[in-house]
Design a protein around this ligand. Structure first.
Ligand SMILES: [Fe+2]
Length: 256
């Protein structure tokens, strides 16, 4: 069994097909985990269903933690099942959403997952389609070239975790004596995000950053992996713990 990680897809899955071609010996025992912003569940359209059906035919099992660019309402319609000791949404027979706050045991390695993230492409607001002013607001925003998203169509409040999800994560980590092998998330703990964004677009920590910071401080792990920041970088000068952002590359996490 091999477990690979890769970064955000945003509904474009070419790299998964290229990976299948390059790695001709993969089987469904092998797993590729997308570190959020999978983007395969967005509009629920027929073409999206076909794309998922095609992805289900890949030579490997496809998993993802959720990012801030997912249709969380749609995700929640899929059945919750147990898989390798953690909860998943089963999207297809070989496509699984690794739910928040779970400890999966893959080839004897413990992998903690916690998706979600705060969208930053909403600087000019989230529009409510039920608001009578909605058509006018859309027209104005488009004319001004502003960045906005639409509630329930391109923005979902579940992008940040609920109290229940955060408590479930803490409870599951406690069950494993706060010790896992790897942490897989979409966004980063407060201190790590400050380090990542120091020279680009620093932001105030949100409640998910703060929650993950708490996890980072009370959990023993080998390495923290995340997507979200759209870069392939290992943070060699971040001294608190080993951390890596993944985007295009495929990182071999487990090989047994
Ligand atoms: Fe992304």
């Amino acid at each position: 069994m091999r477990v690979f990680l890769t970064g955000d897809c945003h509904g474009c899955f070419d790299k998964l097909y290229r990976f299948q071609e390059e790695m001709s010996n993969l089987t469904k025992e092998d797993i590729v985990i997308v570190l959020g912003d999978f983007g395969g569940l967005w509009s629920g359209s027929a073409s999206e269903q076909e794309a998922l059906d095609r992805l289900n035919q890949l030579s490997f099992t496809l998993c993802f933690v959720d990012g801030n660019h997912e249709n969380h309402d749609l995700l929640e319609t899929f059945p919750v099942k147990m898989w390798n000791h953690g909860k998943i949404h089963e999207i297809r027979s070989h496509i699984y959403h690794l739910m928040r706050g779970q400890v999966f045991i893959l080839a004897g390695r413990k992998v903690f997952t916690f998706g979600g993230g705060l969208s930053r492409d909403i600087v000019h607001g989230v529009l409510d389609p039920d608001d009578p002013k909605f058509p006018i607001q859309v027209k104005e925003m488009n004319e001004k070239g502003w960045f906005y998203r639409i509630l329930g169509q391109s923005y979902w409040t579940q992008e940040l975790p609920s109290e229940q999800e955060m408590q479930e994560g803490l409870k599951n980590l406690k069950k494993h004596d706060h010790t896992v092998d790897y942490v897989l998330t979409h966004c980063a703990p407060t201190d790590l995000e400050r380090h990542i964004l120091a020279f680009s677009h620093p932001k105030e920590p949100d409640r998910l950053n703060r929650y993950l910071q708490n996890i980072a401080e009370r959990t023993t792990f080998q390495k923290w992996y995340m997507g979200h920041y759209h870069t392939d970088v290992t943070y060699r000068f971040f001294e608190a713990y080993p951390a890596q952002c993944v985007l295009e590359r495929f990182v071999l996490l487990i090989d047994t």
